[in-house]
Ligand binder design. Structure first.
Ligand SMILES: Cc1cc2nc3c(=O)[nH]c(=O)nc-3n(C[C@H](O)[C@H](O)[C@H](O)COP(=O)(O)O)c2cc1C
Ligand code: SF4
Ligand code: SF4
Length: 287
């Protein structure tokens, strides 16, 4: 239920303009107090409360304590933001140090605030911090990829090349790495999760066509906050590529689809410089 305190309302109509669903508020005439008429269409985006200069709106569908004043003075300069963003590396060397439950919860709370399609917030977070179980899962994945590498003999590759040439190129590029990982695991290292103390899996409902996007906004929010907290992360394509194995290990419920998997922990290496990447390929469409 949305309520507007008429005594506090400045009648500027900003809530109407900000409303993600466009028509939840109705203002009979400019300068009138808006009425929250079509509340059934509200997507709980919170923009009306956040934009209101009079603190006049309360929304019983949301926790009002979560609407905190934005401290513009604490914003980084663009240069400071670039320094921070460009300094984040994927971490593959972790200290033998657990991440506290409080820190993990803080990160997941941040992930839960990330953008989602129509504000569905359709994501679930599965956390694994049991070192033995992470290692066991790593073993299952290396065995899986070792087996896959054996299966993908030249005749099989040729057949794949006929139907899906792009897939053949991709698999051929990955084969040496798959074989190497199986060997490395046998040598008591963890080539999949790099002995990280924490593994995070984000799922969405299987039926959600934009579930991947919604999971990835959360993932990147978590990764950047982790970086700010002195933690490191690394997305695990090998785990994402074998969802049935990860699902079984983490007991992911049916109906949920694994959208991403990444490791979390304290980085053992300190990167002192940013890195070079290809410049963006830009097409000015319509020029
Ligand atoms: C995968 C994805 C698809 C989205 N598609 C649209 C869209 O087509 N149109 C739109 O206005 N907003 C779109 N959004 C924005 C969401 O509606 C918005 O993130 C959500 O309402 C929460 O608001 P916030 O981003 O201000 O926190 C999309 C967001 C995501 C992550
Ligand atoms: S944004 Fe707030 S102050 Fe402005 S019209 Fe809406 S309720 Fe009133
Ligand atoms: S929470 Fe979002 S969708 Fe709901 S009334 Fe406010 S601005 Fe509109």
């Amino acid at each position: 239920m949305i309520k507007i305190d008429g005594d506090k309302c400045k009648r500027d109509g900003l809530c109407l303009k900000a409303c993600c669903e466009n028509h939840v508020f109705v203002q009979d005439a400019p300068g009138e107090i808006p009425r929250p008429e079509n509340q059934g269409d509200c997507s709980l985006c919170g923009h009306c409360v956040a934009v209101c200069p009079g603190d006049a709106i309360t929304h019983s569908g949301m926790n009002m304590a979560e609407f905190k004043p934005v401290d513009l003075s604490a914003f980084p300069t663009p240069e400071a933001a670039e320094n921070f963003l460009f300094s984040m590396r994927s971490v593959r060397q972790y200290k033998k140090k657990a991440v506290s439950r409080e820190d993990i919860d803080r990160l997941l709370a941040a992930g839960a605030k990330a953008a989602s399609e129509h504000n569905s917030q359709d994501r679930r977070f599965f956390v694994l911090t049991d070192a033995a179980k992470i290692h066991e899962l790593s073993g299952k994945l290396t065995a899986h990829y070792g087996m896959l590498a054996k299966t993908l003999r030249p005749p099989v590759m040729s057949a794949i090349g006929v139907f899906a040439p792009g897939m053949k190129d991709y698999l051929e590029g990955s084969l040496p790495d798959m074989k190497r990982k199986a060997v490395e695991f046998g040598q008591e290292t963890d080539p999949i999760f790099h002995s990280a103390p924490c593994l995070i899996v984000i799922t969405s409902k299987k039926a959600n066509m934009l579930g991947k996007d919604t999971a990835l906004t959360a993932q990147e929010t978590i990764r950047f906050l982790a970086h700010a907290m002195g933690l490191g992360t690394c997305v695990s394509g090998y785990a994402i590529g074998a969802p049935s194995i990860v699902s079984k290990a983490l007991k992911i419920p049916r109906g949920q689809k694994i959208q991403t998997v990444f490791t979390l922990g304290y980085p053992a290496l300190k990167y002192r410089k940013t890195v070079d990447r290809k410049p963006p390929q830009i097409d000015r469409a319509g020029n």
